[in-house]
Design a protein around this ligand. Structure first.
Ligand SMILES: O=C(O)C(=O)Cc1ccccc1
Length: 294
């Protein structure tokens, strides 16, 4: 049995996990309310993999999740994939609509959701429900459950249609994200390689740091990749948390670690005094909607 830790049933992460593991037998899902518990259940050996949303089209990198990966656990990245999501305003229509059945936004006192989902809908919220209190919850699915358990208070949630239906709530407004094409990049992290599917696209993620800041440091790192014509797909700086203004650079590289060119680039960067930590070398899966129709 492959045990996969993930945010609760009905969350975007749950759907994304099922998409990655579609067609693979013997998978069980281990649901957790907050991302820290998703990470820890795998780090403590209670599951094989953790599913982590790491970057979103609208909101960018998820800093909290990146920092957990760097600072709190030692779990290699074993796969990455992209999954689309549509967020909806969810609540009890009978409580929040007027006599004609139209949603009366003035009745909504509080909107709850996961911070990434909330950030995707801020323009919608400011336009229609500017008076409402906004509250961050561990997942979209959990926010929907809280609304279900607290009828009559004027609460609404942002989340997925399936979670609304599972909890007996209504979709008050469909597709409330401020931009279409809302995709999230997910990481599968855990001690063992992911062998369920193969991809012809392999990536490697490293973290580069230097004990002291000096002019041209990052340029030197980048030039080791540049003259070897190794493509980088993302560079993210995160605070070291030791001193203000000191950073780690997390670099996604479009190559497997076993290529000689990449190994020599890393050796060169280390030789000029940088510390390099390999966060994983893994297959990358692009989203293919056709699979959904199987
Ligand atoms: O809260 C959820 O449903 C999650 O899985 C986190 C999230 C929220 C919005 C987009 C992608 C992931």
């Amino acid at each position: 049995m492959i045990r996969v830790s993930v945010l609760p049933k009905g969350s975007t992460s749950d759907d994304a996990a099922r998409h990655l593991f579609r067609g693979i037998e013997g998978v069980s899902y281990d649901y957790h309310r907050i991302i820290a518990d998703v990470f820890l259940s795998t780090a403590e050996g209670r599951s094989d993999y953790a599913v982590i949303p790491i970057e979103n089209t609208i909101d960018g990198s998820v800093g909290l999740h990146t920092d957990w990966l760097i600072d709190e656990v030692d779990l290699p990245i074993q796969a990455e994939w992209v999954y689309p999501s549509v967020q909806n305003l969810v609540g009890l229509r009978s409580e929040l609509a007027d006599e004609s059945g139209a949603i009366d936004y003035s009745r909504i006192k509080k909107v709850m959701s996961h911070p990434v989902a909330m950030a995707q809908c801020l323009q919608f919220l400011r336009k229609h429900i500017p008076h409402a209190e906004l509250e961050h919850i561990g997942s979209t699915a959990e926010s929907i459950r809280i609304v279900r358990d607290n009828p009559g208070l004027g609460w609404a949630a942002i989340g997925q249609k399936t979670a609304a239906a599972d909890n007996g709530l209504d979709v008050l407004q469909e597709g409330v994200t401020d931009h279409d094409n809302n995709f999230t990049r997910f990481l599968l992290v855990g001690p063992k390689p992911f062998e369920g599917k193969t991809s012809d696209k392999q990536k490697t993620t490293i973290i580069v740091s230097h004990p002291e800041d000096y002019p041209g440091g990052l340029h030197q790192v980048l030039s080791a990749f540049a003259w070897r014509r190794i493509n980088l797909s993302r560079i993210e700086s995160r605070p070291t948390k030791k001193r203000l203004g000191t950073y780690y650079f997390m670099i996604d590289i479009d190559k497997s670690l076993d290529t000689i060119l990449l190994q020599s680039a890393i050796a060169e960067i280390e030789a000029i005094g940088f510390q390099v930590r390999v966060m994983g070398t893994y297959p990358s899966f692009t989203y293919e909607p056709a699979e959904e129709m199987e």
